[in-house]
Design a binder for this molecule. Structure first.
Ligand code: AMP
Length: 308
């Protein structure tokens, strides 16, 4: 069983969808990644920062899921990162209303000593220099480094982002962001351009239209499980990444074939995340439910065909 380091936001989110609206609730990339990766029983540590306003019960919630929170710094006099967003009717696109970096603005991440030899590092959506700092603290070269990012960082720290991208093995990015990063509309061309920036593996997330995994000329596509109701897509991308990273950390196998399974696990876990607001569904999710849906996924995508 491998160790997994997760860096990302631990946050307050306020979300508005066509189905309703929340006040400040638990959110953040590292939160969703951690909750998702916890399904693989790997040793996982979250590296992040919160303010004195962050409820202890939220931190307990992560600890109860066996996520090591010693790398989450609490700045008593500071405020926690806050993000709010509003989804459009199709639920596939959203507008960011507020991003308040607060304590994140001058965050110096510290990877716990006993995680500096982790096999897998998941660089969740965060300032690229913070992502880089985490990588630089690793004392043993990780087997796999995965990076997730978003348009916010492309807009305000593009050079730094380009730099950190050269140092990772896998990038997970959504379709619009892949287009923004490369200036290419075709996702095939965009993936090729991202390969040229460094990462051997490129995962392009397409929301309700699934995810594509690219490795040079190899391409794998996993649909999203068709769901009757999508309630709140917030955190689906992070949940996907957490499932992907957790599965790789558990299996220790970084081949393309195994990454296909990691994509399926990521997609399965993400399909639960969207069923309720924020982290609610991920908090109650059981192993039995995950396994059942994994089998549904298998029958959805499996077919045998012979040439006519
Ligand atoms: P996702 O829906 O997977 O893109 O992730 C949503 C999560 O990302 C929310 O819980 C937010 O707290 C977090 N988030 C939003 N904007 C940022 C940002 N600029 N940097 C880091 N995390 C963010």
């Amino acid at each position: 069983m491998g160790k997994l380091v997760i860096v990302g936001t631990v946050a307050f989110d306020a979300i508005e969808t066509p189905f309703g609206k929340t006040d400040k609730i638990l959110g953040g990339a590292a939160t969703f990644i951690g909750l998702s990766a916890s399904h693989f029983n790997v040793d996982a540590a979250a590296v992040s920062v919160v303010g004195g306003d962050f409820p202890q019960e939220y931190l307990d919630l992560l600890s109860e899921r066996h996520i090591d929170i010693s790398g989450i710094e609490i700045i008593k006099e500071g405020k926690t990162f806050f993000w709010s967003g509003r989804y459009h009717n199709d639920m596939n696109s959203r507008d960011t209303i507020t991003t308040e970096l607060n304590t994140l603005a001058d965050f110096n991440p510290v990877v716990p000593e006993n995680y500096r030899d982790a096999e897998v590092v998941m660089l969740g959506n965060l300032h690229p220099l913070v992502q880089l700092s985490v990588l630089e603290q690793m004392e043993v070269k990780p087997k796999l480094v995965i990076l997730d990012t978003m348009n916010f960082w492309m807009d305000c720290a593009l050079d730094e982002l380009h730099h950190v991208i050269t140092k990772v093995d896998v990038i997970t990015i959504n379709d619009e962001e892949a287009r923004q990063l490369t200036g290419e509309y075709s996702l095939l061309v965009a993936a090729r351009k991202i390969h040229e920036m460094g990462p051997k593996y490129v995962v392009i997330k397409k929301g309700e239209h699934g995810a594509l995994l690219f490795n040079d000329d190899n391409v794998f596509y996993a649909p999203a499980l068709p769901l009757e109701e999508v309630f709140d897509p917030t955190g689906a991308g992070d949940t996907f990444a957490g499932g992907f990273a957790g599965y790789i950390a558990k299996t220790g196998d970084t081949s393309f074939e195994n990454m296909k399974n990691a994509v399926i696990y990521g997609s399965t876990l993400a399909s639960f995340c969207v069923e309720k607001f924020g982290t609610e569904r991920m908090q109650s999710l059981t192993e039995g439910e995950v396994n059942k849906r994994l089998m549904q996924f298998k029958s959805l995508t499996q077919f045998e065909i012979e040439l006519a």
